[in-house]
Design a protein around this ligand. Structure first.
Ligand code: FAD
Length: 466
């Protein structure tokens, strides 16, 4: 007897309910990851995400080997690949942790039916969200559209379950049984071409990140030990390194939100007796995790968020014809607006960008440059290591004004004032735009005041079209 565990957005062995359930059966366990770039509606990964996935799978393979579980890599439509792997492994059971995108759910539902019809035991688990999207609804049975009541309701729910320990390596007899079972063919990871080669643009990513479960646990420990007390005061300052940097690890499931939650609560309880300030800091931090939940829930109830305005009245917004030159200048960090350029160059070099600066560059693109937010969302999708199918479009729509609980359209971030407030000494800007203040630095692409007025006029036309 063999159990197959299908890994998706849960590239970890600790607090992995599907893996734990499979291991608890005491039979052979085979893990599989399917690179599915063909199933209808499943959004192909961007470049930075592909780089991350390669590293993360290497790390997962090593962790699984330590507990005697081989990791099988296959490419193709999951609906065909998974049953094939189950047959090759002579499996009688398949386990996975749930995904919440519409296309992914369609695939999973079809697989569940098919595998069960073929006589296999199929079990899915909750692992990547603190609250499953259908469990948090308003009193009227509707999805929440505003964050504060959503988080209030979430906070009144029973505490999220405790994280599960990583499963142990099974006893010797089982291992020898595993050796006798037929091995399942795996594709070489290198053959997937996830890493850039010509040119190799990933040097900055390698320097900035350590993908994998252990890297994530270390980041969390470092954050809770050293940065948490500074978080409420300084988290908006891009020059400071006080945020957790956990977003890619959460995106890929190298760490679970349950682990982050309970470790933070543990530190909070310890701090309540000693270190002043950490109690409030813990809540401020967990609230950010709340925004991740909110984005996932909104996207569950309103799929295709990267294409469709959440507030449909924005469909009447008339975006001018795309100015490709302006889009390219924005992508390359050549707009002549220091904070915007610093953010866009940070993104290109490291695969991430500070949250405050993400808001500023998104506002600049969608309002000052009047470029459809979808172009910005797509660029982020290609370049972010934490590119998330829910959080990315959710936040883009939040800034653009078309999203759930969005900043009102007329709130146009002024990048000059934002820099004065959050990077007053220009440390962040200079780090990424060394030629700032010299003749080599470009002139502003557009006048901030004029472009703001043009954006507001365009928005007025939507309001009156209602
Ligand atoms: P911390 O401040 O340490 O926060 C802890 C965790 O909370 C983060 O790791 C993240 O999982 C979650 N979180 C924090 N803020 C948000 C938020 N606004 N929305 C959702 N979750 C949040 N985050 C992504 O994970 N993936 C994306 O693709 C993404 N795209 C974004 C696009 C735009 C235009 C904007 C404005 C924000 C986007 N964010 C995205 C949210 C946020 O910028 C990042 O989560 C954050 O910068 C990650 O840094 P951190 O891990 O140090 O955050």
């Amino acid at each position: 007897m063999t159990a197959v565990v299908w890994f998706r957005d849960d590239l970890r062995v600790g607090d992995n309910p599907a893996l734990t359930a499979a291991m608890a059966r005491g039979t052979r366990v085979v893990a599989v990851y399917v690179l599915d770039e063909v199933s209808p509606g499943v959004r192909p990964l961007g470049g930075a995400a592909r780089w991350w996935l390669h590293q993360s799978l290497q790390s997962l393979r090593a962790s699984l080997e330590r507990i005697g579980v081989p990791l099988v890599l296959r490419r193709g439509a999951a609906e065909a690949v998974l049953p094939a792997v189950a047959t090759e492994a002579a499996a009688d059971a398949v386990f996975w942790n749930r995904r919440y995108g519409r296309a992914e759910r369609t695939v999973d539902a079809a697989l569940k039916l098919g595998l069960r019809a073929a006589g296999l035991h199929v079990q899915s688990h909750a692992a990547s969200l603190l609250y499953e999207p259908w469990t948090l609804m308003t009193g009227a049975g509707q999805p929440y559209s505003v964050f504060t009541p959503f988080w209030r309701r979430a906070s009144s729910m029973p505490e999220p379950r405790r994280p599960l320990p990583a499963p142990e390596r099974p006893a010797g007899s089982l291992q020898s049984a595993a050796v006798q079972s037929p091995p399942v063919q795996s594709e070489p990871l290198d053959s997937w071409g996830l890493q850039p080669s010509a040119p190799d643009w990933a040097g900055g990513l390698r320097a900035a990140w350590r993908p994998g479960e252990q890297g994530a646990l270390d980041l969390l420990a470092e954050f809770l030990d050293e940065k948490l007390p500074l978080y409420p005061e300084q988290r908006d300052e891009p020059a400071e390194d006080v945020t957790s940097r956990l977003s890619p690890a959460l995106r890929w499931g190298e760490i679970s939100p349950h682990t982050v939650w309970h470790e933070t609560m543990r530190v909070r309880a310890a701090a309540a007796s000693g270190r002043i300030g950490s109690e409030g800091a813990a809540s401020t931090f967990l609230r950010q995790l709340g925004w991740r939940e909110f984005a996932a829930h909104v996207s569950f109830h309103a799929p295709d968020l990267h294409r469709v305005n959440w507030r449909r009245e924005f469909d009447a917004f008339e975006w001018p014809p795309l100015d490709q030159g302006a889009l390219t200048a924005w992508q390359r960090g050549q707009t002549g607006v220091p904070l915007v350029d610093a953010g866009m160059r940070e993104l290109w070099a490291t695969g991430t960008m500070h949250n405050r600066v993400r808001m500023v560059v998104a506002s600049y693109l969608s309002k000052n440059l009047l470029i459809d937010w979808r172009h910005g969302e797509e660029w982020f999708w290609q370049t972010l290591v934490d590119a998330d199918a829910a959080s990315n479009p959710f936040n883009w729509q939040w800034v653009a004004g078309s999203g759930a609980d969005a900043a009102p359209y007329f709130r146009v971030f002024n990048p000059v004032l934002q820099q004065q407030k959050f990077d007053p000494h220009g440390s962040y800007v200079r780090r990424h735009v060394p030629e700032w203040g010299t003749p080599e630095y470009p002139e502003p692409l557009v006048d901030l005041g004029e472009s703001r007025r043009a954006a507001l006029a365009a928005y007025d036309r939507v309001k009156h079209a209602k």
